[in-house]
Design a protein around this ligand. Structure first.
Ligand SMILES: Nc1ncnc2c1ncn2[C@@H]1O[C@H](COP(=O)(O)OP(=O)(O)OP(=O)(O)O)[C@@H](O)[C@H]1O
Ligand SMILES: [Mg+2]
Length: 224
């Protein structure tokens, strides 16, 4: 599903070069569940942004579902993102003043889905994440765990093959975090490929593989 070959990424801050990823190679099969761990600044988010087609590598090859992302144009990248990837972030990234239903409809508005289908699919996604009855609450009227469920519903509503989650439980208490992981396990059992960054061992244990990143390189892969 995901194949990175010798991928590097360097940020430039004025005169300063910040190497964020150095010659990373990684293969993630369809249906896999991978946790990425490593110290702050080790390149985890950079790796996620490249896998999610939010950012481009400056060296190496990236194949997503067989498509050469590293050669994609700007609009092809956007198209790949819409078709294949659902994003979940630590801070939920919901639009605060609109309700759960509208937040979940958002990616379908970009994809040009008609209003009736949009609504139906958003309601289904909200039911999958256990939020039936909360459709008309705004983000401010929901708990952190519920807000993350809305974000998950939004991530799955276009039926992506891959879910990219950067510290999805970073802002949640441990009980709520485990509930969110149950939901991830359920999505994975339903065939979604999941790549998730976490700092917590208790969260990483839900994955099938744990990849340790350090100084922009993969230094250990553990199967569990
Ligand atoms: N937009 C940017 N411009 C310049 N440097 C950046 C940028 N984004 C990240 N970096 C640098 O690249 C390196 C990797 O950053 P990255 O955000 O990938 O780390 P991380 O492993 O996700 O860290 P954290 O656990 O704190 O989220 C760091 O040294 C960081 O300072
Ligand atoms: Mg990060």
């Amino acid at each position: 599903m995901i194949e990175l070959q010798d991928v590097s990424k360097t940020y430039h801050l004025g005169e300063v070069r910040v190497p964020a990823l150095k010659h990373v190679s990684l293969k993630v099969e369809r249906g896999d569940f991978v946790a990425i761990m490593g110290p702050s600044g080790s390149g985890k988010s950079t790796l996620m942004n490249i896998i999610g087609c939010l950012d481009a590598a400056d060296e190496g090859r990236y194949l997503l579902a067989g498509f050469p992302v590293s050669l994609a144009t700007h609009s092809e990248l956007a198209e790949l993102r819409n078709r294949h990837i659902g994003f979940i972030f630590q801070s939920f990234n919901l639009i605060p003043r609109i309700n759960a239903l509208r937040n979940v409809e958002m990616p379908m508005i970009y994809a040009g889905v008609n209003p009736e289908t949009r609504r139906k699919r958003a309601l289904t996604a909200l039911a999958i994440v256990g939020l039936r009855g909360r459709e008309h609450h705004t983000a401010a009227q929901l708990s952190g765990g519920q807000q993350q469920r809305v974000a998950i519903a939004r991530a799955i509503v276009n039926n992506p093959d891959v879910i990219i989650a950067d510290e999805p439980t970073g802002a949640l208490d441990s009980q709520t975090s485990q509930e969110i992981m149950q939901l991830f396990a359920q999505l994975n059992a339903g065939g979604k490929t999941i790549v998730m960054v976490t700092h917590e061992v208790d969260i990483a244990r839900h994955a099938r593989r744990v990849i340790q990143v350090k100084d922009g390189q993969i230094f250990n892969i553990r199967y569990q």
